[in-house]
Write a protein that binds this ligand. Structure first.
Ligand SMILES: *[C@@H]1O[C@H](CO)[C@@H](O)[C@H](O)[C@H]1NC(C)=O
Ligand SMILES: *[C@@H]1O[C@H](CO)[C@@H](O)[C@H](O)[C@H]1NC(C)=O
Length: 401
């Protein structure tokens, strides 16, 4: 191989005729001539200034870690130094079979082989090059770095459980609250009586003020049911606080997901006003009694396993057994009517301080999925590719401090 390379370079410099070079090669290495030179290292290509010294004919193509120069020297009926010569330089398909497969990290892979690059699938195409999908990913290393460099008041982190997911799937499966409908906006708005120079504490944590009554968040997994999770979470804390700790139920999101089906779409999203209506009129059992089982992968919504009567108020027995056979405590908890706060930050703070956690709807952008700590605000660096509706969604959360 070393000898062949030396001869060809010599031939190039001497401007020998094509025929004589070919003959030289044929004599030296008939196998290589017949099947083409599939030397990914690029015998003829510029590498370390060995062969194509000083050559720049404006027809170059990057190939692996080298730069190939295409010119008539390469225009033979066998493969040549520039694997893309025919397509790239002449615009016609090569008249000989290509080197089979694709290279990656020093290994060759057959045509059709695949690997994943974060959320994108790369396939070894018939042309011997990797063809990769071009989706925006839920975790994006560059974006994480840009956010953390940018001093936006919050830190981003790489969540390995989200690695490999597409951004549009995060929006589709990890949020799940419909935009506020007119009926949410029609909910009674409460105005706190605020003294304009009332001083609110700089720091507040509901779990410190009401120990044992603020519940840890549950993981909604790949179920776009934040409408049910945030409502059950806020209602759990409020019932605990209002009963002064006599009842501290962790209410069941699954009960809402499976049973509150009127205009609701379970793990495909739902409305907050509908969830509160159900909690007030029907009530739900605890998470222990009716545990979370839904996943996006389940095609049909699960049937409701916990019907309750719609009369009366307060705590009462369900008419059915708990779906969890280990639990017999099937009390149903109902809430008082929900009300809406104004969007004044101070009023929200005061409500939280006096009455407990509040629920909020937020517009989610791609950077939110990488949120780790600090005060989140949408950063200007996060405006990636893809249609807007696949990059944005609405989510609801419980605010505890
Ligand atoms: C390259 O070779 C092909 C086939 O032998 C020929 O048709 C074509 O004209 C050549 N191209 C150039 C640029 O000489
Ligand atoms: C993020 O985490 C994934 C999975 O743990 C890892 O493969 C990847 O290299 C990490 N990326 C960055 C930018 O830290």
């Amino acid at each position: 191989m070393r000898l062949l390379r030396a001869l060809l370079c010599l031939g190039l410099l001497a401007e020998a005729t094509l025929a004589s070079r070919v003959r030289t090669r044929r004599e030296l290495a008939p196998g290589l001539y017949e099947h083409g030179v599939y030397d990914a290292g690029g015998s003829y290509c510029q590498r370390g200034d060995v062969c194509c010294h000083g050559r720049d004919d404006g027809c170059t193509v990057p190939y692996h870690d080298t730069l190939c120069y295409c010119d008539l020297f390469c225009n033979r009926t066998v493969s040549d130094c520039c694997p893309d010569f025919w397509e790239y330089c002449l615009g016609i398909p090569a008249p000989f079979p290509k080197a089979p497969g694709c290279a990656r990290a020093g290994r060759r892979y057959p045509t059709g082989a695949t690997y994943r690059e974060n959320c994108n699938l790369c396939t070894c195409g018939p042309g011997g090059t990797w063809q990769c999908e071009d989706h925006a990913c839920l975790m994006d290393g560059e974006l994480i770095d840009a956010i953390n460099r940018g001093n936006y008041g919050w830190r981003a982190a790489n969540y390995s459980q989200f690695w490999g997911m597409k951004l549009e799937d995060g929006v589709r499966y990890r949020l799940g609250t419909f935009r506020p409908s007119p009926t949410v906006m029609n909910m009674n708005e409460m105005h706190m009586s605020m003294d304009s120079n009332e001083v609110l504490p700089r720091h507040f944590d509901a779990a410190a003020k009401w120990p044992g009554m603020i519940h840890e968040p549950l993981d909604q997994g790949n179920c776009a049911g934040s409408w049910a999770f945030s409502t059950a979470a806020v209602a759990s804390d409020r019932i605990s606080i209002h009963s002064m700790g006599h009842m501290t139920p962790a209410l069941s999101p699954q009960n809402l997901l499976s049973c509150d089906t009127r205009n609701q779409r379970g793990c495909s999203g739902g409305r907050l006003d509908g969830a509160w209506w159900y909690l007030r009129r029907r009530g739900v059992v605890t998470d222990e009694c009716y545990p979370f089982t839904s996943q996006e992968s389940q095609p049909a919504a699960q049937p409701c396993m916990m019907h309750s009567r719609s009369t009366g108020r307060g705590k009462r027995q369900a008419t059915a057994r708990c779906p969890n056979p280990q639990t017999r405590a099937n009390e149903i908890y109902q809430s008082t009517p929900a009300y809406r706060l104004s969007s004044s930050e101070k009023e929200i703070m005061k409500e939280l301080l006096e009455n407990g956690p509040v629920q909020a709807i937020l517009e989610v952008h791609e950077d939110f999925f990488m949120y780790k700590s600090g005060i989140y605000r949408h950063t200007p660096v996060a405006e990636g590719k893809g249609p807007k509706h696949q990059r944005h969604g609405t989510h609801s959360v419980k605010i505890t401090g």
